[in-house]
Unconditional design. Structure first.
Length: 93
């Protein structure tokens, strides 16, 4: 019985990949915020790219149980958010 419970818990914990985040937290990001401020809200990004003098931070969360995916991109220039990420009102936590 203990082995079955342990197996279930391992499967449950590995069913999600990436950095879990909430849309309500992502909506707190505003233009001019520093990279440190954003990562304090969102956690570490999954990917960081550099293009045309900008840093692009990307957060991805995949729920293996439901198949749902959340992706968020924030662009920085000179260490500050260029503009808040567009998040539709229909995106709920």
């Amino acid at each position: 019985m203990k082995k079955a419970i342990a197996t279930f818990l391992v499967a449950l914990l590995t069913a999600c990949a990436g950095t879990a985040f909430k849309w309500s937290d992502a909506r707190r990001i505003t233009a001019g915020m520093s990279i440190a401020e954003v990562t304090q809200i969102m956690g570490a990004p999954n990917t960081v790219k550099s293009a045309d003098g900008q840093l692009i931070y990307v957060w991805v969360h995949v729920n293996g149980m439901t198949g749902s995916t959340r992706t968020l991109r924030v662009d920085f220039k000179d260490g500050k958010v260029i503009s808040p990420p567009p998040i539709p009102d229909s995106f709920k936590d």
